[in-house]
Design a protein around this ligand. Structure first.
Ligand SMILES: *Cc1c(COP(=O)(O)O)cnc(C)c1O
Length: 371
């Protein structure tokens, strides 16, 4: 007989998922009710309001897609990109590259603005691309590039996009809750996120927000989006302000978890959460430097929630990760793409961004590097 699965005890300090507090896990264990039950619908309204707070927006079209962050990316682009449309895609890491792949699959024409992995997107290069491609109506970029640990100035990118008559679509999967993000003030048109990074929730939902300009572009489409599941017009029938109509069976218990995680964010306060991520990051960097290690990203563009640490020459990086996992129960991430084998990616995300984890990770690294 196959037995129940019991996961091993782990400390999740990789690029996501991050550790989920007991409060959030317990919320998931509450009884499943109907997805059109009035009590559930009242909770959905609270989830929308809490997400508006997390995103710092008044956008009515603010709700979670019933699938992970990648589906948020797909929902965002499937609704905004029409076949034949030119889209400027900022690529300074793996996720920017994925956005470009998706644009192509949707029949769009991606024009890449490339920056070396480990550097931020350059808004001037975005401006040059928009000048060279006057028909571009959308710029896609990643706020917090988890593959490299780099923060880009999406506010500046949005200003450049708008000056050229284009909208901006932003990946905030790792950004939300971990670094300042102000959707309305920064005039970000379409933004998606994830639950398993700085929101301390299991993976499986993708918060999304569209402003009026983005919704107008969706309404003006000449072709329906090819995706039935992610069609915003249909999703709004379930999540919108009007009477609820059946679209798909929402992942009820996952939404309990997101509700609880967002209640916790509201209790702490968004600014306090950003500040905690910053302070823990500074503590971690001081410890890394005291160990004689180097951070891989320049200080001004480092993500506090995802720390790329350079692997010293002569060190077997996979062995260090394996020792952390086997001897300490700590999961950290390897480098991706161009950075494979060159960095460790150490996440201090959500509730996991705390003094105990910083000290634990530094102690474990010290021991693993000592041989
Ligand atoms: C994790 C991540 C994604 C993908 O989210 P999934 O939940 O893994 O599908 C997209 N973009 C960024 C920047 C991420 O960090």
């Amino acid at each position: 007989m196959t037995r129940s699965f019991t996961p091993p005890a782990r400390v999740l300090l990789g690029p996501g998922p991050s550790d989920v507090p007991a409060r959030v896990l317990l919320a998931m264990a509450r009884p499943t009710i109907g997805h059109l039950d009035p009590a559930f619908i009242a909770m959905m309204e609270e989830v929308k309001a809490l997400l508006q707070y997390a995103f710092q927006t008044r956008n009515g079209a603010t709700f979670p897609i019933s699938a992970p962050g990648s589906a948020g990316m797909e929902a965002c682009l499937a609704n905004l990109v029409e076949p034949g449309e030119v889209v400027v895609v900022c690529r300074n890491g793996v996720f920017g590259g994925r956005m470009g792949d998706l644009v192509g699959r949707l029949g769009g024409v991606p024009v890449f603005v490339d920056s070396p992995f480990g550097e931020a997107v350059d808004p001037d290069q975005v401006a040059s691309a928009l000048k060279a491609h006057k028909d571009a109506r959308l710029v896609a970029c990643v706020h917090a590039e988890t593959s490299t640990g780099v923060l880009s100035d999406v506010r500046a990118i949005a200003q450049v996009a708008h000056a050229h008559g284009a909208l901006v679509a932003v990946d905030a999967v790792t950004a939300l809750g971990g670094v300042p993000l102000a959707v309305d003030e920064w005039e970000l048109d379409a933004v998606y996120a994830g639950t398993q990074k700085c929101l301390s929730c299991p993976p499986g939902l993708a918060p999304l927000t569209f402003n009026e300009r983005a919704l107008a572009k969706v309404r003006a489409r000449s072709h329906k989006t090819a995706s039935w599941f992610l069609d915003l017009n249909l999703l709004m029938g379930y999540w919108g302000a009007g009477g609820r109509t059946y679209h798909h069976t929402a992942p009820i218990n996952m939404l309990y978890a997101l509700h609880e995680a967002l209640v916790m964010l509201e209790e702490e306060g968004l600014e306090a959460s950003w500040a905690r991520h910053r302070v823990m990051h500074e503590r971690f960097v001081a410890g890394i430097e005291a160990l004689g290690l180097d951070m891989a990203v320049a200080p001004a563009i480092r993500l506090p929630q995802l720390n790329s640490v350079s692997v010293p020459s002569g060190v077997d990086e996979a062995r260090v990760r394996r020792r952390l996992l086997e001897e300490w129960g700590i999961e950290i991430g390897a480098g991706l793409g161009e950075l494979a084998g060159r960095v460790w990616r150490i996440g201090l995300m959500g509730a996991g961004s705390n003094v105990r984890n910083v000290n634990l990770c530094l102690d474990a690294l010290r021991a693993a590097l000592a041989g």
